[in-house]
Design a protein around this ligand. Structure first.
Ligand code: SF4
Ligand code: SF4
Length: 449
């Protein structure tokens, strides 16, 4: 017969009524269902005859109920292999310069003036186009990252021209995004990036209001960077380009105890400027970006961080801003590292598996560099990073295989686990609250319509 899956999370919906509703999220499918408490009781007691067969069918479809004899983890691992095999899209990251104007104290990179030249732009294009053609991918996405990528705007424009033409001719859907510090993001360059380079998503970091941001994200000369970045963001958000193409502008905050109190103030500021509806926010704990253990200084516990994250989301919602309380989706691999054809290319021509590796001294060795586009040597993908997935089952670095979030998380970040850090995302700590938020937001939208 059936049993309740091990891969579910339950969240009781507060109500005055005697018969409560319970949201059940399946981490095997990423689906959520809301049922009466007595239905949950009945399925937990295997009293299936007391439950309407249509509800049973839905619970089976969402894999909240599974067959008694099923060994769920084996099915999940098999599904992962199948999902990887039938993948029809591929992503690359290009880091066109190792230079950056800022000297953020938590950054693990070592900056130099290296920039992609025309030859390397051509070789990167050829490498990516060949991969797309050989594997018949129908979707291609490129992330621009650095150093600060806008210090190498010419390689971005030149590569984009070549790849856009190639994708058009080969009927491949192409999109790009960029992670920039925002210092050079003037409206005329913003327009070129959106229109000519098909960049639909901009991530810009602001670490709080002026005082705190400037203490953390200063120029190499020690000057604050807040005013110039904020002016650029305001001008871009008020530009014709933004109105016409509606690119996604994501304000990222790297948060620890030092700046946690200024998050509310920054959200208020965007509201006062009338921009709260035009941006998205990403809240991220300070991370170890290159063996510098930045995550150990002044960090919040994951429980504290996760509970504050819910408060910030609610605040943005109250102010009428855009919030995304998307529940996690089924994942076969944690990130690009798990997809062998996905690569990162830096301005030296080096190929890596992960975008946190280039320009970071701790990773400039053969354990991490897979090859070089300017060399004839073969590219070697047999690394600890690439093999993280294969090692999941023998618990080499992580205990993910025993985790009931595994099917929607897949390990989150191989680099962190391999470095000895626990990589669990915030949803592991605030899933029940996120489910409630998701439920109420969906309900309010249904009423609004
Ligand atoms: S290993 Fe971690 S840092 Fe590297 S790409 Fe994956 S998630 Fe990002
Ligand atoms: S990273 Fe954490 S939440 Fe994700 S599968 Fe591993 S143990 Fe679970």
């Amino acid at each position: 017969m059936f049993k309740v899956s091990n891969y579910i999370v339950k969240s009781e919906i507060p109500s005055e009524s005697n018969m409560k509703d319970v949201a059940i999220f399946s981490t095997r499918t990423g689906n959520m269902i809301v049922v009466k408490e007595n239905i949950l009781d009945n399925i937990q007691k295997s009293d299936f005859e007391k439950v309407d067969f249509r509800v049973i069918n839905l619970l089976l479809k969402y894999k909240i109920l599974v067959l008694d004899e099923e060994k769920e983890i084996s099915t999940i691992l098999e599904e992962n292999k199948y999902m990887l095999k039938k993948k029809d899209g591929i992503s690359f990251t290009i880091q066109p310069t190792g230079n950056c104007q800022l000297g953020c104290h938590y950054c693990g990179q070592s900056h130099s003036k290296i920039k992609m030249n025309d030859d390397l732009v051509q070789k990167s294009f050829e490498r990516i186009a060949t991969t797309v053609k050989t594997h018949n991918y129908k979707l291609l996405s490129v992330t621009w990252y650095g150093g600060e990528p806008l210090l190498a705007a010419k390689p971005i424009l030149d590569f984009s021209e070549k790849i856009t033409k190639f994708c058009k001719e080969n009927e491949v859907h192409y999109k790009a995004d960029i992670i920039t510090n925002g210092v050079l993001l003037k409206p005329d360059l913003f327009e070129k990036l959106v229109v000519d380079c098909n960049i639909k998503h901009f991530q810009i970091t602001l670490d709080g209001t002026k005082e705190l941001h400037d203490k953390r994200r200063m120029t190499k000369g020690g000057d604050g960077s807040y005013n110039i970045i904020m002016q650029n963001i305001i001008k871009c958000l008020n530009s014709e380009t933004f109105d016409r193409y509606q690119p996604n502008i994501n304000i990222r905050l790297n948060i620890n105890n030092e700046n946690v109190e200024s998050v509310d103030q920054l959200i208020d500021l965007f509201d006062e400027l009338g921009l709260i509806k035009k941006v998205h926010f990403t809240f991220s704990p300070v991370f170890d970006w290159g063996g510098n253990r930045a995550n150990e200084k002044d960090s919040l516990t994951m429980d504290d961080f996760s509970s504050k994250e819910i408060d910030w989301i609610l605040k943005i919602n109250d102010l009428g801003g855009e919030i995304q309380v998307s529940l996690p989706e089924r994942q076969a691999v944690p990130c690009m590292v798990g997809v062998e054809n996905s690569e990162v290319i830096d301005a030296f021509g080096n190929i890596f598996s992960c975008y946190e590796l280039p320009y970071t001294p701790a990773y400039q060795n053969d354990n991490y560099i897979e090859g070089n586009l300017l060399s004839e040597e073969p590219i070697n993908k047999d690394s600890e990073m690439r093999n993280f997935n294969k090692n999941i089952e023998n618990r080499k670095y992580s205990y993910c295989i025993d985790c009931n979030f595994y099917a929607v998380c897949a390990g989150a970040c191989p680099k962190s686990w391999i470095n000895g850090d626990v990589a669990c995302p915030t949803f592991k700590f605030n899933m029940e609250e996120k489910m409630l938020l998701h439920y109420y937001l969906r309900k309010s939208k249904e009423y609004a319509n």
